[in-house]
Design a protein around this ligand. Sequence first.
Ligand code: SF4
Ligand code: MG
Length: 330
Amino acid sequence: MRPLLTVEDLSVRFRTEGGTVQAVTGLGFELRRGRTLAVVGESGSGKSATGLALLGLHNRLRTEVTGRVEFDGVDLAALDERGVSAYRGSRIAMVFQDALTALSPYHTVERQLTDGYRRRTGASRPQARARAVEMLARVGIPDPARRVQEYPHEFSGGMRQRVMIAMALMGEPDLVIADEPTTALDVTVQAQILDLLADLQAESQLAILLITHDLGVVSGVAHDVMVMYAGRCVEYGPAAQVLAAPEHPYTAGLLRSVPTLHGPADSELVPIPGSPPNLLDPPSGCAFHPRCDARSRVGDLCTTAVPSLLPGSGGRSRACHLALERSTAS
Ligand code: SF4
Ligand code: MG
């Protein structure tokens, strides 16, 4: 079966007052129906820019997007704004981090769930309301027929996030792009929302692109994981393999810095030293080199050459010169 989404050589450049920012470079990945791909990295790693570019939501005047984004056989990157908007909100939906800013405070939940739906489908108001109530019930909101008439501020954070997911489901999407969908929530509610997404996926074979800075939420929900640093993929593969035995020093650092469900409960958390690079002036060679504890094992190559993404063990690929040293040494 062909993947629902195939991304090849995706690059995103922003023009800013300070110069051109290379936000994403040469990204490629696949996503099949019923699967979840987690895109993980610190802020500024290019993961949100990737999500926006997939949906054509980037600022077209200031942003240049190149590459191929094939969704169910159609290259979205080649479509104009009108062409992409036919997919947005229907076959591809987006769930954002902060429901309070993504939802309008001035309109009822009913209005926000039904406006786009009615425009796209020509449904009558009662039909659209019935569907909104059904979707609220599906995402676990009690008393949906009453609550559909309320305003976003009348919902708790977790319930608001459920409303956002209900809004995404209105158009029966094949693909949901969820950008930090649980970051603003406490741990218990985070788990509930991630479980909800998994249940919805099991019911309807949804493909989910889960964008997160938190490698801790990936285990148990993602089938595959793509780790990004400074706009590039540094490690990509089955989540179980990558989380159990990371082969890129950045992935290993991320794992040591967050509590995960798999790690020993009492293991000490060690933050990665330094901070993410300035993409207006990225480090030479491997962009991670100023922060990398493995660099001394490689030498000059780390500061002079960008490592390519090469196959590693367990179906993964990773971009690190250390891997090259290992394979030539053995
Ligand atoms: Fe570290 Fe060098 Fe590998 Fe980059 S290429 S992650 S600096 S060892
Ligand atoms: Mg972001």
